[in-house]
Design a binder for this molecule. Structure first.
Ligand SMILES: [Zn+2]
Length: 537
């Protein structure tokens, strides 16, 4: 087996007491030496990598993302970041023209600010593609915009009733406008789509793996798996397209979860135990989002005194479901954003641990963790719950200042993303991206955890500054944190002799630059299980 030795840079191990070393040696899939011991391996037939004053650290993990959706964006019209609505429509028109054989035009992800209130009209798409169905996902992935042909095929009309857990946006005369919110409504359209072809899925996985590896990530939690997707993952694995590691979270349906239990078990059996693919988790949506008024709150929204949001589950049913999958050995991965949603998620985990006792499996995950009632904070550490944050969101951007804070009021607004509070309590933390909802690049996201400043703001001021964390804490939340979430902390996530060689090489030492400049560092190389999966050209 060939040996590679890294020298001439800052090597951050993630292990306190031995945090920085100056050399690291790997052989095959494993780390074999650190520091002076590693330098002894330098010699003939050994690959030596000169870090050139940069930094080597454990490769990043992403505790919550949608990598297949991220990858599949590449096969549709490239509307993400279109500067204007007209530009976006022109991209769709050109794509349809260039792809005459595509039965459906499917794309992602548009920004909702292109239209007032995020309400997009089917007629705008009809003007560029009148004869074939078009459906575009918004960048929140909870909303779609489709044309009239798509509405017709789905049979959505003026007379369609409001679906449970969804909203059909309508014109004043009651006809569907073309914007559908939340999956109760979204699925009316999406269920009509032809399956992606095997070739399309493969392209999606290829792009996903390349994108993650290029940002230094070698483990990702895929937080939304529906039937059919485990088979696509297995096909990608068999074809060598999973160059980084993926864990699958099978999505539990609040109304039908009891009938899904066989599928949960068979999907896990299908995947088995692979170095690059596991199926250990079940995804629950406890609630929605605050900006949409759908996150579950203990007290009403300031702007809607009759509403405490839209819980996705009957809370007793959530307890039963979490306890059931916990007893099957699955890890719950619960989307919870409002203080009542988070409270209910903690209750469900507490219940599962009480009824399953020693059979109960550790490391439940609550993801997003936006609004935490201070009285619920200690329960994370007490119950051993991993708080998975998407730190890019923890700043005073326009979504926060214009939509979220006004809906919560000033007092509750201060409870958001309590990263430092949970660390101080001794709770386990992991970071993630929610890609493609927001950037998958850990360097862009972690800077916000450290500064709590909006990168594009002209006069950046830290938002809830007491919740800022150090660069070392942010690095741990992107390395050891996700490894712990994956149950892999005894074999990767930190740099130790005998551990698997998942490492990332940055062009500068991000501990020695201003935290706001962390995103300017470049990833030069990424290794997964000792194999180089990304090289900066
Ligand atoms: Zn998500």
């Amino acid at each position: 087996m060939s040996i590679t030795v890294f020298t001439n840079g800052t090597i951050w191990t993630g292990v306190s007491g031995n945090l920085i070393v100056d050399a690291l040696a790997i052989e095959g899939e494993k780390i074999i030496a650190l520091g002076e011991d590693a330098k002894k391996h330098v010699g003939q037939d050994v690959t030596q990598i000169d870090l050139a004053g940069g930094m080597l650290l454990p490769a990043f993990g992403d505790g919550h993302a949608h990598p297949l959706y991220g990858g599949l964006e590449s096969i549709g019209p490239q509307i993400k970041g279109a500067p204007t609505l007209d530009a976006l429509l022109e991209i769709v028109r050109k794509f349809a023209q260039d792809n005459p054989d595509k039965e459906w035009i499917v794309g992602a992800s548009y920004e909702s600010w292109h239209a007032a209130n995020g309400e997009f009209d089917a007629k705008w798409l009809d003007a560029v593609v009148p004869d074939r169905p078009v459906v575009l996902r918004a960048n929140d992935y909870h909303t779609i915009w489709c044309n009239t042909k798509a509405l017709e095929i789905a049979g959505v009309t003026k007379d369609s009733p409001e679906p449970p857990l969804g909203v059909i946006v309508r014109r004043p005369d009651g006809t569907p406008m073309g914007t559908m919110r939340e999956w109760g409504a979204v699925d009316l359209i999406m269920n009509q789509l032809p399956e992606n072809s095997r070739a399309e899925f493969r392209e999606g996985f290829k792009v996903s793996t390349q994108t993650l590896a290029a940002s230094g990530t070698t483990w990702v939690q895929d937080a939304w798996i529906d039937p059919g997707m485990p088979e696509s993952y297995m096909d990608a694995l068999a074809n060598g397209l999973l160059g980084v590691r993926y864990n699958l979270a099978l999505r539990a349906d609040p109304f039908n979860w009891r009938n899904q239990l066989d599928w949960f078990a068979s999907a896990r059996d299908l995947v088995g135990t692979q170095s690059h693919l596991t199926c250990r988790s079940i995804k629950f949506f406890a609630d929605g989002v605050i900006e949409g008024g759908t996150a579950a709150l203990k007290l009403p929204y300031v702007d809607a005194p009759d509403s405490v949001g839209m819980p996705c589950w009957d809370w007793q049913e959530l307890k039963e479901a979490v306890a059931t999958i916990d007893s099957m050995g699955f890890q719950p991965h619960i989307h919870a954003i409002g203080d009542d949603g988070i409270h209910a998620a903690l209750n469900a985990i507490e219940y599962a641990q009480a009824v399953n006792k020693e059979k109960s499996h550790p490391r439940p995950v609550i993801t997003h963790v936006q609004l935490v009632d201070p009285i619920d904070l200690p329960r994370f550490a007490q119950l051993g719950v991993i708080a998975n944050f998407e730190p890019l969101w923890a700043c005073n951007d326009s979504l926060q200042s214009e939509l979220t804070t006004p809906r919560l009021g000033q007092e509750r607004a201060q409870w958001q993303y309590p990263i430092k509070s949970l660390l101080n309590d001794g709770a386990a933390i992991s970071f993630g991206s929610d890609w493609p909802v927001t950037s998958q690049k850990p360097l862009e996201c972690m800077t916000i955890a450290v500064t709590r400043e909006h990168a594009l703001s002209e006069n950046p001021t830290p938002w809830i500054p007491d919740e800022r964390i150090s660069v070392d804490e942010a690095l741990s939340a992107y390395t050891a944190g996700p490894a712990f979430q994956a149950g892999d902390e005894t074999r990767r996530g930190t740099l130790q002799v005998g551990f698997e060689a998942d490492v990332v090489w940055l062009d500068s030492d991000i501990r020695s630059i201003a935290p706001a400049l962390i995103p300017t560092a470049r990833v030069l190389g990424t290794w997964c299980l000792g194999k180089r999966v990304f090289t900066q050209e």
